[in-house]
Design a protein around this ligand. Sequence first.
Ligand SMILES: *Cc1c(COP(=O)(O)O)cnc(C)c1O
Length: 435
Amino acid sequence: MTYYSTNGQVENVSLEEVVIHSLAPDKGLYMPDRVPTLSSDTIKGFKDKTFVEISDTVAQAFFGEDIPHDSLSQIVADTLTFDTPVVHIADNIYTLELFHGPTLAFKDVGARFMARVLGYFVRRSGSDNEINVLVATSGDTGGAVANGFLGVEGIHVFVLYPKGKVSPIQECQFTTLGKNITALEIDGTFDDCQALVKAAFVDAELNARMRLTSANSINVARFLPQSFYYFNAYAQLDRQGLAERLAVCVPSGNFGNLTAGLFAYKMGLPVKRFIAANNSNDVFLEYLRTGVYTPRPSVETYANAMDVGNPSNFARILDLFDHNHTTISTLISGAAYDNTQIASTIRRVWGEHRYLLDPHGACGYQALVKDLKPDETGIFLETAHPAKFKETVDGILNTDIEIPAKLRAFMSGEKQSVTLGKDFKEFKDFMADLS
Ligand SMILES: *Cc1c(COP(=O)(O)O)cnc(C)c1O
């Protein structure tokens, strides 16, 4: 398989190139030159398979030409040491719980897979020139990437996060690890962190000195493995005879998760329709309604991992459907909810169904039930455990929710971080000193 850039200005490249560089030189996003399809018999057969077996089939179809069969199977098995169970909420409403990994958010799947694939290519190249992964985080990404890459030889991870703006639970997930993980506490906002990472990628001098890549969902090896759990959800519903007329709702920020679902659909997964759930950052919804896409600065909400004003994977969605607005808006509908609506949804679902939603899942639930038809099976992705947003959820429900042991374990570690200003020169000097 080769990969092309959505901007079309460069030659196709290999998977290795794509994983090591993240973004194409023309600033486009890489796309596989074809979407492999799975036969309907294969997909029907998934109901008798495990999550790892299902994922292996999907992974081999995409990456099997570029990574030897057994190595790839090992990568899949090592990545998926936890399940993504489908849980019934009420009537024809289900959720796919994606928070059973080490940092309790769906990003664990992509981060762990990417770490292993990148580790494989680094080992194979035999180069002892370390690869540096830069990641800007508003909270969840940093933890997933740091834990996914912890201890992987030949790779160093730098997590840039805004000082005082991530929750204490989130912060300890990437500041207490040590080893090949360095937390950089930036005196600024999330946007400042992201600007530093972007500036680093285009700085010729820095790139000549050190190898830099990204672990955000622009990286193929980060977002594409997220298609695994869409097939796993299907298999679980199929076992119960519920997989006809599926409506799948995805709480979305940078749209990596939804894009992975659309890839699953193109591979043959029988989904009737998708729903993109947003918070007040609703540029995608506006595009669905009007055909016009107008990126704008993000606004802060309770569902802060979805506070994105210019979703990076939008270009991939356009590309997948030949920029055809009718095709896209027929397959995908959208909805957006503000903080008041997020809070009332969390209260109502807890009150009526005793299911505890996190603020992102609340957008998903609400967007799904809005116009779910009685003959459909509706499933929304619950992208994080509510305890990751404890302050918000406690405030909304006036309660004190329990923190799972996995999360508490991080909180006993000692914080280690380097404090830097938001000025690029200071960051660049710090990085250059390391090389
Ligand atoms: C990252 C994240 C999202 C948004 O996912 P995208 O792939 O960027 O659309 C939603 N919910 C949670 C909890 C997240 O961490």
